[in-house]
Design a binder for this molecule. Structure first.
Ligand code: IPE
Ligand code: IPE
Ligand code: MG
Length: 246
């Protein structure tokens, strides 16, 4: 817990510029109700809508939602089909609402692993929401932090091999430029639902100094109030970045 007294933040909470959310617990939510896991994923899509609306209302600039990890391809084929189908459906049917709400959507991750219809739906959703300025929404699909860092290292190695970059020029800033999130501020706050307390390969590089908040709510039950709770918890944290304060 922070050593800073709570009453310091009795006024408006400090709003994080960038919030990342590991949306976990759909399967357990469904199982607890005697429903197939697919129903949990559908209910999870509704919770994602509430998170987007809540982030926009709170004045968060960037929201990154972890929807499908590079490791989630290892799940049984029917569940993968359900999830990828749901993502395609969401991208196609949610775009008008995102445009109305001023949300700009970008997808990070290895989109080449999806079928051509989904790749096209991603492209269309990004193009149609490109003018949104109220909230920047990243959806991490087939995303893994290690794969992202490896891809950046590969691109830099190619530039070095071609003589365009010298090894001495390889630094944190150059690596950052080759990440999917290049130019986007690092997440200040990473939230994970479902009670699990791990990153599961989410934004590894970018979360170096993120504040982590773990919520005991299964993702389909997530509401705007949970986001407010997490932002309040964030407000009470003292961020040091390795420096000595005072
Ligand atoms: C999160 O819910 C959605 C994805 C990871 C795609 P889970 O499907 O992981 O649900 P649990 O963790 O099994 O309850
Ligand atoms: C992390 O959840 C990935 C997403 C929320 C998309 P998982 O359910 O896949 O993570 P593990 O397997 O519990 O670490
Ligand atoms: Mg899970």
């Amino acid at each position: 817990m922070s050593a800073v007294p709570e009453q310091v933040f009795a006024g408006a909470p400090v709003v994080p510029v960038h919030v990342g959310i590991i949306m976990d617990g759909n399967g357990r939510w469904a199982t607890a109700r005697g429903l197939p896991r697919a129903m949990g994923h559908r209910a999870g899509a509704e919770a994602a809508r509430r998170a987007i609306e809540g982030a926009a209302r709170a004045g968060v600039g960037w929201l990154t939602l972890f929807a499908f990890s590079s490791e989630n391809w290892r799940r049984p084929e029917p569940e993968v089909r359900e999830l990828t189908g749901l993502l395609g459906h969401y991208l196609r049917h949610e775009v008008s609402q995102l445009v109305r709400d001023g949300v700009r959507l970008r997808v990070i991750g290895d989109r080449g692993r999806f079928g051509p219809d989904t790749v096209e739906a991603i492209h269309q959703a990004e193009a149609r929401t490109a003018a949104g300025t109220r909230l920047n929404l990243n959806v991490a699909l087939s995303y893994g932090g290690r794969a992202e860092i490896a891809a950046a290292a590969r691109a830099i190695a190619q530039a070095v091999a071609a003589g365009r970059v010298s090894p001495a020029e390889v630094d944190e800033a150059l690596l950052e430029q080759h990440l999917a999130t290049s130019g986007i501020p690092d997440p200040d706050l990473v939230i994970r639902t479902s009670g699990e307390q791990r990153l599961s390969n989410f934004l590894l590089w970018q979360s170096a100094y993120a504040e982590l908040v773990f919520l005991d709510v299964l993702w389909p039950d997530f509401t705007g109030a949970h986001l407010v709770t997490a932002i309040e918890e964030f407000s009470r944290r003292e961020r040091r970045y390795g420096a000595r304060l005072g």
